[in-house]
Design a protein around this ligand. Sequence first.
Ligand SMILES: NC(=O)c1ccc[n+]([C@@H]2O[C@H](COP(=O)([O-])OP(=O)(O)OC[C@H]3O[C@@H](n4cnc5c(N)ncnc54)[C@H](O)[C@@H]3O)[C@@H](O)[C@H]2O)c1
Length: 437
Amino acid sequence: MPAPVDIAPARGKLGVLLVGMGAVSTTTIAGVCAIRKGLAKPIGSLTQMGTVRLGKRTEGRSPKITDVVPLSALDDLVFGGWDIFQDDCYAAARTAGVIEPSLLEQVRGELEKIKPWPAVFDRRYVKRLDGPNVKKGRNKKDLADQVAADIRKFQADHRLDRLVMVWCGSTEAFMTEAPSHQSVEAFERGLEENDPAIPSSMIYAYAAIREGIPYANAAPNLSADIPALVALAAQTGSPLAGKDLKTGQTLIKTIIAPGLKARLLGVEGWYSTNILGNRDGEVLDDPESFKTKEESKKSVLDYILQPQLYPDLYDHLCHVVRINYYPPRGDNKEGWDNIDLVGWLGYPMQLKINFLCRDSILAAPIVLDVALFLDLARRANMHGIQEWLSFYFKSPVHAPGLYPEHDLFIQLMKLKNTLRFLRGEELITHLGREYYD
Ligand SMILES: NC(=O)c1ccc[n+]([C@@H]2O[C@H](COP(=O)([O-])OP(=O)(O)OC[C@H]3O[C@@H](n4cnc5c(N)ncnc54)[C@H](O)[C@@H]3O)[C@@H](O)[C@H]2O)c1
């Protein structure tokens, strides 16, 4: 048996810093408060409900994940964050309209205490938004220092032991790597010189990573996924995860597509369309923000289906993704998928999926799990990209030269094997010959 990894205990309070107090953040915070009071169950959260099999199938050992690795208890979480609007977390949750008012009323006191700090924001990167609660600074370096000062004050005010940060802000305009993203020195020079290639999300990420705080990105914009911030994380010991929470249509896609490929059924076309009426939908109505999202949503099929290995089945796949902003639906997104399949002898078939989901209800347990697992990673001295958290993301961050793993079931196996590895338990390969020897 391998030796267990040394993990510092989850003692004291964990501060969860959320950038953006919109639908996802407020649903996460209100949900945790409701669960703490016994008003609801943490459905969808692996850290709260999941188990992990240890040893052989005949041993009957499947403890809860919380009994396998030391995770912060929900009672020890303290939330804080930034937004361009001044609404406290209760008012923001009412605006988001995800959780019904009667449940929100029961956690109102806790939520009203969470008032967002002024944000680092520039409309250049999110055209459809504007708000009054915004920091002013000499340059981007000064703004990063102001974010770090907010973090330190929050830590001192609440006597927090440790922190994690999750970007739950709006999707920023599409961007590719620029020269100032290539090294820590170039990035810091870019901050001083107000380089336009450094959007707001990178300023928060830099402030957190410089302090050694774990950082995750719930949105598809680059944020910490650049060589400079990955290198900084290696220096400061900060674990990283991202990008873009795997919810809704892409979650279903990464459940269905591995199954079709497993049975070698061809796919000629996959047409996905959505209607969404929340603020996220409004931001994504802007073509530049939509392009960031589109890239994130479209890449999954290429990697799962591997057309280079199966040209007869997937080489000419036509994959189309649309999002339409449709206010009457609010956060209750509706997605339609039409999949044109090909079977034995080339016979065509069709599969139609109509998913009436609740976006932030699917996203909130992910934010909670990612925050708790990143804090675990920090205490286990695992820094940099945490590929074992790919399970939660549409565009998983990965080492250069490696293709990302999108198959939900491989991702889950990787996550659970990482937990086994941390505890010095046997990794499970599912070979199973020993049962028949
Ligand atoms: N809901 C989901 O299931 C889901 C899934 C995957 C990804 N995401 C992504 O997560 C993010 C949040 O989604 P949401 O539904 O909560 O959106 P939302 O529009 O309700 O919330 C985003 C909040 O971020 C704030 N904001 C924007 N820029 C900011 C900045 N620079 N600093 C501080 N605050 C800022 C906005 O004012 C807004 O309140 C979006 O980027 C979305 O694409 C959401």
